[in-house]
Each structure stands twice: as C-alpha cells, then as structure tokens.
Design a protein around this ligand. Structure first.
Ligand SMILES: *Cc1c(COP(=O)(O)O)cnc(C)c1O
Length: 327
C-alpha cells in the first residue's frame, strides 16, 4: 500500500518521536487513570469490562497516549478495528468535512451520495466478479443478523449453521451463534432457535486435511440439520475470537461447493478478518473462496459505527422493500 504524502509525513513523525521519547512518565496505571477508573466503577456496570485500566487521551498511528502522558504501542487495535491507525489525517479530513455538511437523513427516507458509492467499492473489493449489492448497518452483530434474515428470505428455509469456535456478536440472535457460553451467553437465555453448531477445520488440533474436515462438517450438516432445512452456513474464513484458527487448505471452497450445490447461502463473516487484516482485502482470498455474502464491520470505519452485508444481487434483493434498514 502506498501512503499519501500527509500519511507518510505522519508516519515519519512517529518514528522520530518514538526514538527520542520517554514512553512512560508515571507508574501504570498512573494517578489520573486510577481516578478515572474509580469513577467508572461507580457509574458503569461490570459487564462492560476492561482489559487494561489505562485511560486513553489520544491516539496517532499505532501509538496511544494516556491521561498521565504515558505512551503505548496499541496492540489492542480496538480488536481489529483501527487497521489504518488512530487519527489518520485522510480519515480525519473526510470525516470532519462530512460532519460539517450532513450527518443524517435516513437513507430510506431521503437518500444521499455516499451509501451507493461505498456499496460499489465493496462490490469491487470483495471476492468474485458477479453482480453484488450491499446494505449498511451499525455493528458487526447487526450485519450477521441481517445476513441471516436475507438468507432465510432468499431460501425460504429457517436453519443456520455455525462452526465450532465461532464468534458472531452479542445481540440476541448472534449470542446463540457463538461457541463460548461464558461470558457471552451465560445467564442471558432463552436463545434464538434454528441455530446449529458443526465442527470446523482446525488442522493444528484435528490433523485433518481440508477435504477430510469438509467431509466431517458436511456429514453433520446433512445428518443433524438436513439440506432442505438449511438457509445458511456462516463461517469466519480465519476465526478471530476463537483463537486465530486458520482452516486447512481446501476446506472452505469444499464447503462453498456443497452449499452452492444444495441451495444453501454461504456467508463469510469477515468482520474481523477482512479489510486487509490478513494481508489481502479479505481472508477468503487466501483460500480461493468466493462467498455468497460477505460481512464487514470493525476495520471498515476505524471505530465509527458502520458494518455491511455485501452479496450476490439476487440474494440481497430477496427482502421486500422496507424489510431491511434502521434509523
Ligand atoms: C467482532 C465480531 C463480530 C461482532 O461485531 P460487533 O461490531 O462487535 O457487533 C462478529 N463477527 C466477528 C467474526 C467478530 O470478530
């Protein structure tokens, strides 16, 4: 990726700062972070937890500065969100200009320019050269929920299959789609029905090649759900929250072929693996996978609330006018 001139200057400034600066000015967490943490404990529920109780004042590129003036390399990246870094000048300029002009009308009431422009970009960047359409929502979980709605409407079927070790979000439907009960689901049931968990490909642990792992997954799908019931298979091409699990070569394309042959919508949840996180625009590309629907969030907007469902035009058009959206 070539950097624009302002971005290159910004990077150079970092390199200089890092070599001369004392990164830590106080103990960690510092006194102001400790004060803010006590305030937080009083006003914010513990369910909204923290990894490191260091309160951040500003960010630039990969560097975070806390409220006590300590600086850190941001290996957290908001969990795969700040892929282009903090306060990138090009992003700040574009977002500021838009903020000064217009923030909201509701696209389904009186539309504006950017929605279809971004949809066209996603059609170009996501795998496959078929006709595609995109809808946008506010979060990754909401993208997953909409993919399920669209796949059900398109197929007229109800069941959805998810893989072992999957993570798909924290809303009522996506909670039922996660592998881990604690902390995501424990005590929050009843859970949405028609969600089935099937084995994934985990070559480091299971020793199966792609074809063997796909045969195992497909056997589960056929026996436990039945093809006539199954609307969608939803897979992270490289699993994220489950532990950065890379499937065996050939596993995902074999699943996709089976899905296509059986009228099942194959959904790639690229919310964490997409947007250049794995070195390609989408992790699907590493495996020659062309999903029917591709989900984006996280890195797509660097922390502003945006997510997308991009997919085959004929599938995306299944929902009736007004069936998709949100204020
Ligand atoms: C983070 C994540 C989600 C949920 O995205 P939110 O924006 O937090 O709702 C869904 N799927 C995967 C693979 C994720 O990593």
């Amino acid at each position: 990726m070539t950097l624009t001139a302002p971005a290159a200057a910004h990077e150079a400034a970092h390199a200089r700062e890092l070599t001369r600066a004392e990164l830590l000015r106080t103990e960690v967490p510092g006194p102001e972070s400790r004060r803010l943490h006590a305030e937080r404990l009083e006003h914010v529920p513990q369910g909204v937890s923290w990894a490191l109780p260091v309160y951040i004042e500003s960010g630039s590129g990969a560097i975070l500065t806390d409220v006590d003036g300590n600086r850190f390399v941001d290996l957290g990246s908001g969990i795969g969100v700040t892929t282009v870094g903090h306060a990138d000048p090009a992003v700040v300029a574009a977002a500021s200009a838009q903020l000064a002009k217009l923030t909201h009308t509701l696209y389904t009431v009186t539309p504006y320019r950017g929605y279809a422009e971004l949809a066209a970009k996603l059609a170009e960047r996501t795998p496959g050269d078929h006709a595609k359409k995109t809808m946008f929502v506010n979060s990754g979980a909401e993208a997953v929920e909409n993919a399920v709605k669209i796949a059900r409407k398109h197929t007229g079927r109800r069941a959805v299959a998810v893989l072992d070790h999957a993570f798909h979000g924290r809303t009522m439907l996506t909670m039922a789609m996660n592998h881990k009960a604690a902390p995501y689901g424990t005590g929050f049931g009843p859970f949405a029905g028609d969600v089935h968990r099937v084995p994934n490909s985990y070559p480091y642990r299971d020793g199966l090649d792609g074809a063997e792992a796909a045969a195992r997954t497909i056997a589960y799908l056929e026996r436990r759900i039945g093809v006539g019931e199954l609307a969608a298979v939803i897979a992270e091409p490289i699993q994220g929250e489950g532990g950065f699990i890379v499937p065996a070569e050939g596993y995902l394309p074999a699943l996709q072929r089976w899905a296509s042959a059986n009228g099942v919508v194959f959904v790639a949840d690229e919310i964490q693996s997409g947007l250049a996180r794995t070195g390609r625009w989408f992790a699907s590309e590493h495996f020659g996978l062309v999903p029917d629907l591709v989900l984006t969030a996280k890195g797509i907007a660097g922390g502003l609330p945006l997510a997308g469902v991009t997919g085959r035009a004929e599938i995306m058009d299944a929902a009736l006018p007004g069936g998709l959206g949100g204020t």
